[in-house]
Design a protein around this ligand. Structure first.
Ligand SMILES: Nc1ncnc2c1ncn2[C@@H]1O[C@H](COP(=O)(O)OP(=O)(O)OP(=O)(O)O)[C@@H](O)[C@H]1O
Ligand SMILES: [Mg+2]
Length: 381
């Protein structure tokens, strides 16, 4: 039996993530742990294999108090405890097979040094007028031959909230990233405000990107930097590597960053390090950062995929406000159809890189659902 007794964790900085938690799990049991974002779920799991050192309490398993195990005992124990991470923890630059094989060594092997964030080009520019976004015959074939997008065409009106749905691997992220050229499309055109984005020069691209905010599925924060610094970097665009410049931001920008943090309910966290935040809090920082740009188009790539249902709604509400109050066009990929129904004006669906549906959320009946997600799919939300 796994026995957790009076477990507490207080992080440096004083956040009490676990407060006197006790429970037991029988062999063969499947235990669900639920709770709001920031309630301590990840901390609890990570205490069990000592990825995090608990502050007090005991965790007894197989005759050993895990919290007091020596490094040697810990190695032995960890060999018997697998772990699946919220953000995958894969070595991005290594082969899929290599990543799977590494499980043989345990997920903690230091030889598997983690890959960094993607290298970001810089940009700056000016604002401009609203106009329609027009995607025509867009295709993307990755090196290696995967066709992620296959002749996709659609339009988005100014002020529209478009949801993009489809199974994992259907091409949603690729599509969103083609729109700001984080990914180079193989063919097709993307026209906005009189410019074909796919053919834009570096200078035009910088100007365009200033006006396109982005919220990332995995937040893309600079973990070691302050929350406020992360938000301020939105002023330069989410792509600027020169975060060291933040000390030179004008007071107006700093005030604005505080205001954006207040807008997402994180005012008091401005001086925390980004990696001290829960997933939901990180995503709110991601939204605040994107809002610093006063974007005309907001691209959101599964912005709520790693959040609890309550926080998911709150992030969606921020996007809704950016759409309705600030008038930004929103393109948002989503996994949950109830959120699509609630927030989107219109939906496009991808299946294996092809556009298989375009219409109103209410038009997705069971038959359409099966076309989009496959015959075996069942609705869960
Ligand atoms: N950098 C890359 N190099 C090669 N193939 C890629 C790359 N990124 C994505 N792909 C492939 O392109 C296809 C579409 O992937 P994409 O990430 O766009 O899907 P998605 O709909 O966003 O999936 P998910 O819901 O899991 O985020 C997949 O088959 C994927 O394996
Ligand atoms: Mg994706």
């Amino acid at each position: 039996m796994l026995k957790v007794e009076n477990l507490s964790k207080i992080y440096e900085g004083g956040t009490q993530a676990l407060d006197d938690v006790s429970f037991e799990v029988e062999p063969g049991e499947f235990l669900a742990i639920i709770g709001l974002s920031g309630s301590g779920k990840s901390t609890l799991l990570r205490c069990i294999n000592r990825l995090i050192e608990p502050t007090s309490g005991t965790i007894t398993w197989d005759g050993v108090d895990v919290t007091k195990a020596s490094q040697e005992e810990l190695r032995r124990i960890r060999r018997k405890i697998g772990m699946v991470f919220q953000h995958f923890n894969l070595v991005n630059r290594s082969q899929v097979l290599t990543n799977v094989l590494s499980g043989r060594l345990g997920y903690l092997n230091p030889a598997l040094s983690r890959a960094g964030d993607e290298p970001p080009p810089d940009h700056h520019g000016t604002g401009g007028v609203e106009s329609m976004l027009k995607v025509e015959n867009l295709s993307k074939i990755y090196e290696g031959g995967t066709q992620a997008l296959d002749d996709v065409s659609f339009e988005v009106e100014p002020g529209e909230f478009l949801a993009i749905i489809g199974l994992s691997g259907s091409g949603k992220s690729t599509l969103l990233r083609c729109i700001n050229r984080l990914i180079e499309p193989t063919s097709g055109t993307i026209t906005w405000d009189g410019v074909d984005i796919t053919k834009a020069s570096q200078e035009e691209l910088r100007r365009i990107r200033r006006r396109i905010g982005m919220v990332f599925q995995h937040f893309n924060l600079v973990n070691r930097s302050q929350v406020l610094t992360n938000v301020l970097s939105g002023r330069l665009g989410y792509l600027n590597p020169a975060l060291s410049l933040v000390n030179r931001f004008p007071k107006a920008d700093i005030d604005k960053a505080h205001a954006q943090l207040a807008r997402v309910g994180l005012e008091e966290k401005w001086d925390a390090r980004a990696d001290e935040l829960s997933g939901g809090q990180k995503q709110r920082v991601g939204v605040a950062r994107a809002m610093m740009q006063d974007p005309e188009i907001m691209l959101a790539d599964e912005p709520v995929a790693s959040l609890d249902p309550v926080l998911a709604r709150s992030i969606m509400q921020y996007l809704e406000r950016i759409n309705q109050e600030d008038g930004a066009m929103v393109l948002c990929s989503l996994h949950f159809l109830d959120l699509v129904h609630e927030y989107a004006d219109r939906v496009i669906a991808l299946n294996d890189g092809k556009l298989v549906f375009e219409g109103l959320p209410s038009e997705i009946d069971d038959e359409k659902f099966n076309e989009i997600y496959g015959q075996e799919a069942e609705r869960i939300g």
